[in-house]
Design a binder for this molecule. Structure first.
Ligand code: ADP
Length: 312
């Protein structure tokens, strides 16, 4: 029963702000859940061409699900706020969520709408082509949505922007830390930027969004740019700091950004300062490159702490 409200919403006339109810989670993730259908082939087919592939796998995916798993494995209590269809793919993804100890009560099951899917073809050089069918991820719960109380609200841009805007406005109103991973890059309304405590783009997304000046200009927002094997840059009111990446042997960089965002959310919820949290998140991102796939590569807290103690 979610009846005992533990936080009072402030009036925000420009938004219909959803109510936050008990229980309190370390991290809530507003985001997508996809079933990834991954085919490997010697080379990518051209238009109208058929090539014979070598392997096929169905894997859980979607940035929302990946980052929720990353936060949970990093030690946080997590609820995932999202939507799936009333189909086999949706059932499979909800099992993944539950197996990770993530609360699934805010995942809406929609009748007559397919679960989100990504059709991925990978060639021998690890080049890929991807078609994403958002399906249930495109559904907007609307202003009547009720969210659980959280210390950190984490979102990406694979779900409708109004959903993210309302969740962040509500998060700010209860004093939560709001973190946006602007992926895939899309124009960000000024009001949403003002509600972001932290924005985490990779280099490509930072450029598409007009550069870090645009993102920090909006107010008290801190920007953390992830640069793959080149590390991370933190830009806040006090200046710019660069942190070097951990030395690992990467085999597949898929999931590094999701590992980073989920792990950082978990550590900020636990009370770490930003620099400490970013160090932990960089270790998580580095470890994610050492294992193939997204969800299988997301590291647990013990492994992250071990890498930190080895390389500090
Ligand atoms: P995305 O997957 O969103 O493009 P990045 O590739 O920038 O994100 O990775 C996120 C973080 O993971 C980086 O800031 C870095 O700390 C870590 N990381 C990624 N690739 C490597 C690598 N090759 N070696 C060490 N750390 C890495």
């Amino acid at each position: 029963m979610r009846t005992d409200t533990v936080a009072t919403m402030q009036d925000r006339p420009e938004f219909d702000v959803p109510a936050f109810d008990a229980p309190v989670f370390d991290v809530i993730v507003i985001g997508s859940l996809n079933l990834d259908l991954v085919a490997s082939a010697p080379r990518l087919p051209g238009p109208g061409e058929t090539v014979t592939g070598s392997t096929f796998a169905e894997m859980p995916g979607g940035k929302g699900l990946n980052q929720a798993v990353a936060a949970a494995r990093a030690g946080a209590s997590v609820a995932l706020i999202g939507a799936v269809g009333n189909d086999d793919a949706g059932t499979l993804l909800r099992h993944v969520v539950l197996d990770e100890g993530i609360d699934d009560r805010w995942i809406t099951v929609l009748a007559g709408v397919p679960t989100g899917r990504a059709l991925i073809t990978v060639d021998e050089r690890a080049e890929n082509v991807i078609v994403v069918i958002p399906g249930a991820n495109a559904w907007d719960a609307g202003a009547s949505e009720t969210l659980p109380t959280a210390r950190v609200v984490l979102a990406q841009l694979e779900v409708p922007l109004p959903r993210v805007e309302r969740a962040f406005a509500a998060g700010k109103a209860i004093g939560a830390i709001t973190i946006l991973n602007p992926a895939p890059a899309a124009a960000l309304p000024t009001a949403l930027l003002g509600d972001c405590d932290l924005i985490i783009p990779n280099e490509h997304e930072a450029a598409l969004l007009g550069g870090t000046d645009v993102l920090t200009n909006s107010g008290n927002t801190t920007v953390v740019v992830t640069r793959g094997g080149a590390g991370t840059t933190i830009i806040d009111g006090t200046g710019t700091r660069h942190l070097h990446a951990f030395a690992v042997h990467p085999v597949d960089t898929t999931g590094a950004g999701d590992a980073f965002c989920g792990a950082l959310a978990a550590r900020l919820a636990a009370g770490d300062d930003l620099a400490t949290g970013v160090g932990f998140a960089m270790a998580a991102g580095a470890l994610a490159t050492t294992v193939a796939g997204a969800v299988p590569s997301l590291p647990h807290r013990v492994a992250i702490e071990q890498l930190l103690s080895e390389q500090e």
